[in-house]
Design a protein around this ligand. Structure first.
Ligand code: DC
Length: 234
């Protein structure tokens, strides 16, 4: 259907719980691209810091965390059952452990540490060096791949986002309240947009996708048009 010979970088940035990963995963499957969930990388560093004493009573000890960074090796391995890659830290599968509300509540301060971002951004740039990647995060189109051929900025109403995350967590059996989730969504929006280093912002050349009232199929149809426009002009 598409000219798949020209491989590009597709950067998907936006607010938390917008369905960025679902969207990015579907695009990667369609194009035969590698999908990289950069939020999972920040979550994995947070988990490691928590398990190794650099976060105590909800407080991140920045120096202790930075001292641990060289001990952390993050890898992705494709899981055919999920149709996406699972994330491993030092060989341990952490996919299930990084999506809890505890990690969601701790990840913002961890992702605002310069040395953490330096390490993860370098890894992300390496992963996308041959292009043919769909990468989702907060700073992909602005910092990681400012030269990405297609940049999408995703947004949705905070209540709709909280409802989606609530449904996802309760389906897994997590005991969470809707208000707690909404509070996490709103406070992470604030933290992501206001941190000093690489804050979440829309790249000038990004196109906005507000999916508050769109099905996944409608989003894919929208994507196909955007992709075709970019690829035809290369
Ligand atoms: O996409 P997510 O909700 O799994 O991301 C978790 C956190 O990681 C998010 O609150 C902000 C941070 N993050 C970031 O700072 N930069 C990225 N490229 C991706 C995520």
């Amino acid at each position: 259907m598409f000219n798949k010979k020209k491989k590009i970088v597709i950067a998907i940035d936006g607010f938390s719980s917008c369905g960025k990963s679902t969207f990015a995963k579907a695009i990667a499957a369609r194009l035969g691209y590698i999908f990289i969930d950069t939020g999972a990388m920040y979550r994995s560093v947070t988990l490691y810091a928590l398990e190794h004493g650099a976060i105590q009573n909800g407080i991140v000890d920045e120096d202790a965390l930075v001292a641990l960074l060289d001990d952390i090796t993050i890898t992705f391995r494709f899981n055919p059952m999920r149709g996406a890659s699972d994330i491993y830290v030092n060989g341990d599968l952490v996919e299930g452990k990084i999506r809890t509300i505890e990690i969601s509540n701790l990840v913002s301060p961890v992702s605002s540490i310069g040395k953490v971002r330096e390490k993860l951004v370098a890894m992300q740039q390496q992963m996308g060096a041959s292009r043919g990647v769909v990468m989702d995060g907060r700073d992909i189109g602005t910092v990681v791949f400012p030269d990405a051929e297609l940049k999408i900025f995703m947004t949705a109403d905070p209540k709709v986002r909280a409802e989606r995350r609530y449904a996802e967590l309760t389906a897994k059996g997590d005991k969470v309240s809707f208000d707690e989730i909404l509070e996490n969504v709103v406070s992470r929006d604030h933290a992501d947009m206001n941190r000093a280093i690489s804050p979440l912002r829309q790249a000038e050349d990004a196109i906005v996708l507000d999916n508050s009232h769109m099905t996944v199929e409608q989003q894919m149809e929208w994507f196909d048009n955007q992709y075709r426009r970019v690829i035809d002009n290369l």
